[in-house]
Design a binder for this molecule. Structure first.
Ligand code: ZN
Length: 189
């Protein structure tokens, strides 16, 4: 994972959102290839040595979402460099193509398919619980295997910015901007 992703990670346990402390063991440029992340609130921690932190109870996305990278890019409505975009489940399979459409943006793929590699521009995190903080991402795209993260994804988007997902569109304090062919685009009010 990219070292700057640390600021956007949260403890996966069910307590009030808490940041994680990083202890890097081995770096390659800005990537933490081996290290530890820990929570000062509950004592949770994880260690890794392959560039990919595993927060536990993770699963792997399979296949691909029902939209391509160009469509995902258009639905996010993003332009310009900087910041982070999160890809949940099999939306991670679009990562390399979306990265070409959004140069200068960093990506984090949570539970992507096995063939998605961790690179300088794309960090891979494995986790059973959504591992990203509130108001941390410029956009979030969930694959059709990550629908359970709808609420968390909307929360992780910066105010006024978008989350994209598959299935029932969100309700409650979400504003649905579009909903067609089983794919929704929304922001949190
Ligand atoms: Zn904790």
């Amino acid at each position: 994972m990219h070292i700057e992703l640390t600021d956007h990670l949260r403890c996966p346990r069910e307590h009030a959102e808490a940041f994680l402390v990083l202890l890097p063991d081995r770096m390659e440029q800005r990537r933490v290839m081996a290290g530890h992340l820990g929570c000062a609130v509950c004592g949770w921690s994880t260690a890794w040595s392959d560039g990919v932190p595993d927060f536990g109870e993770s699963w792997r996305g399979t296949a691909a979402p029902p939209f391509d990278a160009a469509a995902a890019h258009a639905m996010l409505g993003l332009d310009g460099p900087g910041g982070w975009v999160a890809l949940g489940g099999n939306a991670g399979s679009l990562g390399q193509e979306i990265a070409l459409l959004l140069p200068g943006v960093s990506f984090v793929a949570v539970n992507p398919p096995l063939d998605v590699q961790s690179t300088n521009s794309m960090s891979v995190i494995l986790s059973g619980a959504w591992p990203l903080k509130t108001h941390a991402m410029r956009g979030v795209i969930l694959g059709d295997d990550a629908a359970m993260w709808q609420e968390a994804a909307l929360r992780s988007a910066l105010p006024g910015l978008r989350a994209v997902g598959v299935g029932e569109p969100p309700s409650g304090d979400a504003q649905v901007l579009g909903n067609a062919d089983g794919v929704w685009v929304a922001t949190r009010r």
